[in-house]
Design a protein around this ligand. Structure first.
Ligand code: NAD
Length: 244
């Protein structure tokens, strides 16, 4: 299938490693001009060298950074057709362990960074009558994950916000969808040191996901071929979410 992605322009956030990087790589393989951003400049430069793409460093946990980086990408690339928002996962903690400071930090990085970058891209995508927006969130958007309190609250909220924006922009050729990674084999997950036994218990597919599996879906949703899919939260989780 020709995904008709050649020549499109994309900004992929949180793309020096893991899921973001896999999405950037998959888009580049389809002929998309990609700009990546992330916090750790050394890792970011290495990823950009490997992928042969442009990069800008940013810290999405700081107010105004998502706006700056999106504006910069839009200017440098003379427009953006595709925006993928993604960042590091939040700190763990049960409800009473989370300080107000932590709530504000996670609100900035998981919520406001998305709002800031949407404020930049939506007017131009509407004018162009084309736009593809993908928000990488988590299974926590549909089902709470134990000990990930801020993620459970903020990411469920993003699913509601995405419906609102999808409705408002569908008539202008702009789609917005949420990608919900399940247990995916990245640096973040390696820190959890899950045993094979535990993975088999938790995941009906009996294994961790590969970032490439999520990136394949992202690439399709980012393409003109996916023009009738919007406002959806799609899990790539080997069957972990049991509800419908
Ligand atoms: P990862 O740690 O491998 O990669 C995170 C990327 O985001 C890196 O490029 C990192 O530099 C960047 N980043 C981190 N903090 C940043 C900041 N403040 N500003 C800018 N960039 C920043 O993680 P991953 O596994 O690829 O996860 C990506 C997202 O998916 C996370 O939000 C995570 O919570 C979510 N998720 C992952 C899994 C999983 O199993 N891997 C499961 C559910 C949800």
């Amino acid at each position: 299938m020709d995904l008709q992605l050649k020549g499109k322009k994309a900004l992929v956030m949180g793309a020096s490693t893991g899921i973001g990087r896999a999405i950037a790589e998959a888009l580049i393989a389809e002929g998309v001009q990609v700009m990546i951003c992330a916090r750790n400049e050394d890792k970011l430069k290495k990823a950009a060298d490997h992928l042969h793409c442009q990069w800008i460093s940013c810290d999405l946990s700081k107010a105004g950074e998502a706006k700056r980086v999106t504006q910069q990408a839009q200017e440098m690339m003379k427009g953006l057709d595709i925006l993928v928002t993604n960042t590091g996962g939040p700190a763990k903690g049960n409800f009473l362990e989370i300080s107000n400071q932590q709530w504000l930090e996670d609100y900035q990085s998981l919520w406001m960074s998305v709002v800031e970058s949407l404020q930049v891209v939506l007017p131009q995508m509407k004018k162009n009558h084309f736009g593809r927006i993908l928000l990488v969130t988590s299974l926590a958007a549909k089902e709470p994950l134990s000990g990930l309190t801020t993620s459970n609250g903020l990411r469920a909220g993003l699913a509601g916000l995405s419906k609102s924006i999808a409705n408002e922009y569908a008539a202008f050729g702009v789609t917005l969808n949420l990608l919900l990674p399940g247990y995916t084999n990245t640096d973040r997950l390696k820190e959890l040191k899950l045993s094979d036994e535990k993975v088999k218990q938790m995941v009906p597919a009996g294994r961790l996901g590969d970032p490439q599996e999520l990136a394949d879906l992202a690439t399709f949703l980012a393409s003109p071929r996916a023009s009738y899919i919007t406002g959806q939260s799609i899990a790539v989780d080997g069957g972990v979410l049991r509800g419908h």
